[in-house]
Every structure is written in C-alpha cells, then in structure tokens.
Design a protein around this ligand. Structure first.
Ligand code: NAD
Length: 293
C-alpha cells in the first residue's frame, strides 16, 4: 500500500504557482487576485477561508477577504456579488458555503459571473464541464484529478465507483472520470443513499471515491484487493484526548482499508489541501483569461 500525500503534492503545486507569479511580476503582468466572502462565524467555514487566504499569500496572489455577520440580508449579499463581478481588479471570487438559512444559496451562486466563478459551482461552468468545454472545474474534483495524474494512476478502462451525488463533489467527479481524457475513460458507477446493494457495487471498483460525509462508512470488507481509494470526507468525531475535543476522520475506515488498497488518501492531508490548490489554479487561469476572454 502507498499513501497519496495530498499535503506534499499541494505544496509542490503551490511552489510551481509561486514561480509563475514571480515571472508575471517580472514581466509586469497582472497578479492574480482572489476575493473571498465569508458570512457569519461558522468555525469550519472560517478555517477553510483562512486557509484559502493564507494560500493566496503563500503563492504571491493578492487576496481580499470580505467578512459580514449573519444578519446580512440576501439583497446586501447580492449587491456584494454584483460589485465583485464588476470590480476589474478581482480575477475570481468565492462565496463560502453554507450561507445562513435566510439566504438562498442557489440565487447567490447564480448571481456570480461565470467568468469569475473560480469555485466552478455556476451552472454555466458545470454545463461546460459536462460537455468537455473549457471551464473552471469544481475545486475538489479538480484536486482529485490532479492527484490521479501526478501519481500516474491508470484510469482507462477501470471501474470507478463514486459514493455521493452532491453538485460539488460526487456528480461532477462521475462526469469527469467518464470523459474521454486522462484521467478519465473509466466506467463509472455513481452510488448514493438509494442504491440497493452498495457494498457489492464498491467491491467491484478499481477506484473508489468516497464523498458522503459519514465517518468510516467504507470498511475493509467492502473494497477489492489493490483498489485505489480516494477519501473526500471530512468528519468531526468526538475525541476527548484532543485539546479541541474532536478529531477529523474521512468516510473510509483508513487503518483497515489501507491494508487492502494499492493507493489511499489520508484524512487530513489528502484531498483537502488539493482542493485549495485547485482554487489557486483556477484563479491563475482567470487572471490569464485562459477560459474566458
Ligand atoms: P453532501 O452532503 O452534499 O452529499 C452527500 C451525498 O452522499 C449525497 O449525495 C447522498 O446521497 C450520499 N449519501 C448520504 N448518505 C448515504 C448513505 N448512507 N449511503 C450512500 N450514500 C449516501 O456532501 P458533499 O458536499 O459532497 O461532501 C461529502 C463529504 O466530503 C463531507 O464529509 C464533506 O465535508 C467532504 N468534503 C470535503 C472536501 C475536501 O476538500 N476534502 C470538499 C467538499 C466536501
């Protein structure tokens, strides 16, 4: 068994981005600028946004953090989105989800100009992805594709089972791995809460992508010997031995499954760091106008 070290790979890619930014500076070209909108005090959202802003600084991007408390109205947030859409100096921006209950997330996502939608959540980018057209790929699936590519995982003709059908992970992942490309050319089965015999489906998989948000859902008896296991889940479980009272675990029972897997991602330190890196890559593309002119 070998471990896919997402943390180390993310650092390598950030160094590559940093070098490119230095070159852009030397050539007096546009320096990528990412803005992040954070509403309220959700601790997980705060930590994700902080890590995104820190990563921007690390690679030499400009970054802007817009913080508002959760009493903000939907219209006020839509006005912020409109300003960011129009602000020439901002190449791309994200609105960190989840939003407070009184704000319609879909309405906010639809208000983002697809040209600045570096999270790749807008239906225009999703549609372009589904048709194989240039687009911003959703950050987590993009990070997983990069991992498979950099670890030279063979995907052509392989049977891939994706667990979970969310708009941001499971569904786009299933589309991307079935496309005619590398990584891709897989035969993909998408399983979810209504799948009849989930274990039997997973057992047939050469590549398993678990994104359901249930701690340790995938157990060793469910996976085939030699399978590649990508664990997207980030779940908090109580742990009194930790100062903060919890620890993070994935959707896969790591210790037992790793003894059967040929390659596996840990949690933390697997898919998570790659998601942030993908956001940086999308912002770099936005600043170079590679996708949209
Ligand atoms: P989601 O809650 O939107 O979707 C979960 C999916 O799992 C649903 O499609 C549902 O049908 C399926 N599901 C739920 N229970 C099931 C069951 N018992 N059997 C089979 N399928 C079941 O979740 P999401 O946003 O896709 O996130 C999934 C997990 O990945 C979460 O733990 C989340 O925190 C994590 N996540 C991690 C990253 C990262 O960067 N590593 C990014 C996004 C999400």
């Amino acid at each position: 068994m070998a471990v896919i070290d997402g943390k180390a790979l993310a650092e390598t890619i950030k160094l590559e981005i940093r070098e490119e930014v230095l070159l852009l500076k030397e050539q007096r070209k546009n320096i990528p600028h990412l803005a992040a909108v954070l509403i309220g005090n959700n601790p997980a959202s705060e930590s994700y946004v902080k890590s995104k802003v820190r990563s921007c600084e690390h690679v030499g991007f400009e970054s802007t953090l817009i913080r508002k408390d959760d009493s903000i109205t939907e219209q006020e947030l839509l006005d912020i989105v409109k300003d960011l859409n129009e602000e020439e100096d901002i190449d791309g921006f994200i609105v960190q989800l989840p939003l407070p209950k009184h704000i319609d997330e879909q309405k906010v996502t639809l208000a983002i100009d697809p040209k600045k939608d570096v999270d790749g959540f807008h239906p225009v980018n999703f549609g372009r992805m589904a048709q194989g057209l240039p687009c911003y790929l959703p950050a987590t699936p993009f990070g997983i594709l990069t991992m498979l590519e950099r670890y030279k995982v063979e995907t052509e003709g392989k049977h891939c089972v994706v667990l979970g059908r969310s708009n941001i992970v499971g569904s786009p992942m299933s589309i991307l791995l079935s496309r005619k490309a590398y990584p891709g050319n897989c035969t993909v089965t998408l399983v979810h809460s209504r799948t009849k015999d989930l274990s039997a489906e997973i057992k047939r998989a050469d590549i398993v992508i678990a994104a359901i948000g249930i701690p340790h859902f995938v157990t060793a008896d469910m996976v085939k010997e030699g399978a590649v296991i990508i664990d997207v889940g980030i779940n908090r479980v109580e742990d009194d031995s930790r100062r903060r009272g919890y620890r993070l675990v994935g959707d896969v029972e790591y210790d037992a499954v790793s003894s059967k897997a040929s390659l596996i991602t840990p949690v933390p330190g697997g898919v998570g760091p790659m998601t942030v890196t993908s956001l940086l890559l999308n912002t770099l593309s936005a600043s170079k106008k590679e996708i949209y002119s």
